[in-house]
Design a binder for this molecule. Structure first.
Ligand SMILES: Cc1ncc(COP(=O)(O)O)c(C=O)c1O
Length: 362
């Protein structure tokens, strides 16, 4: 095989999109409610969609804001909660675009090491003894980029610390419903919602192009972020929100998630097996769901210009350093040794070939 193997994109493949069903829902949504859906308005999001989400999460409608993708909501939350010089804590590594939005809003992004069962609580406590962040940003289920899932014990401890020190916790859970094995752990908000802002999205369950993401938080923060949103984009994109509401009303989400799990499970297994076989000396994170496996290559691996050499061998990788915030202890960042391996948009054959190429380079 000489074709490129692309391990850069954490996106759903085209065969994941429920195109016909979504098309029918768009048509129905626009025709049934044109005076609302085609007009400016409903700044916190399309009311019927907020209602369904409020029901699912056991909150009131004024605790729900639906916007144009969850990343923009994250950015608006940062604009509200961060002032120049404040810090935001993240897992280390963390979602690169989130780190970027925090920094753009003036925050120092401080990375707390990630372990296989989630953020290091000891390191979090040590850093809290020095400073308290505007918020702690976590991706507790099948993390992007590493794949780690936060254990129940650590979920509880993080919330205790949030109450003790008085900081908010963002739990960003776009991959949560894509579990291929094992049992769900509770959301942080299900354990104690008092300091939790939950964010999620339909990007990985339906389509990223529709840009429908949402947040759940106390009404005062929802109100503040809604006003910032109105000043930024005037009105959210209501036709896509109405189409999602229609999709949910027809009971189509659950069967679609099942279909996605069937599509992704062989790819997940192929990646897990290939990494164990081809990279036995690397520290591998192999989650029970989501989009990403990752590896921390051994210290003596040849990581010099790895992304460039990989490209010459037909393997496209994301530079690991992009996923790292400022280290909590001022120590070195092992970005060169970190490789994210998204498996959903590649076939098992491409996965095997790609991981073989990676192993041959180090
Ligand atoms: C952890 C995480 N949060 C947020 C997003 C962005 O989601 P959205 O498409 O809803 O903006 C992504 C997309 O890759 C992600 O991995």
């Amino acid at each position: 095989m000489t074709d490129n193997v692309v391990f850069t994109r954490g996106v759903p493949p085209p065969e994941a999109f429920p195109t016909d069903e979504l098309g029918e829902c768009f048509d129905a949504a626009i025709r049934e409610d044109p005076s609302v859906v085609l007009q400016y308005g409903q700044q916190p999001g399309y009311a019927p969609l907020r209602r369904v989400l409020a029901e699912e999460y056991g909150v009131s409608e004024d605790e729900i804001l639906v916007g144009n993708g969850s990343l923009q909501l994250q950015d608006l939350v940062s604009a509200y909660l961060v002032s120049s010089g404040t810090s935001v804590f993240t897992e280390q590594p963390s979602y690169d675009r989130a780190i970027k939005t925090f920094r753009r809003r003036g925050a120092r992004a401080v990375g707390i090491p990630l372990e296989e069962d989630g953020i290091s609580v000891e390191r979090l406590e040590a850093t809290l003894a020095r400073e308290v962040p505007a918020f702690l940003y976590l991706v507790p289920d099948f993390q992007n980029p590493a794949g780690a899932t936060l254990s129940l014990e650590k979920r509880r401890r993080v919330l205790e610390l949030a109450n003790e020190y008085g900081f908010n916790v963002i739990e960003d859970v776009p991959y949560r419903k894509l579990r291929y094995a094992g049992e769900d752990l509770p959301l942080l908000r299900e354990i104690d919602p008092s300091r939790v802002i939950t964010m999620s999205s339909f990007s990985k369950l339906l389509s990223p192009g529709i840009r429908v993401g949402f947040m759940i938080s106390p009404p005062d923060l929802i109100g503040a972020v809604t006003r910032l949103g109105e000043d930024t984009y005037l009105s959210p994109v209501l036709p896509t929100q109405a189409a999602v509401a229609e999709y949910l009303r027809r009971g189509l989400l659950e069967p679609n998630v099942e279909r996605l799990k069937q599509l992704y499970t062989p790819r997940w297994k192929a990646m897990a097996e290939a990494v164990r076989r081809e990279l036995p000396d690397a520290q591998a994170f192999v989650p029970n769901g989501g989009f990403f496996v990752s590896v921390m290559l051994p210290e003596d691996a040849n990581t010099e210009n790895l992304v460039g050499r990989a490209k010459e061998r037909g393997l496209v990788l994301t530079p690991g350093a992009a996923f790292f915030a400022d280290p909590d202890d001022g120590g070195p960042v092992p970005g060169d040794r970190f490789v994210r391996l998204p498996f959903c948009a590649v076939t098992p054959e491409q996965i095997e070939e790609g991981v073989r190429r990676l192993a041959s380079l180090i």
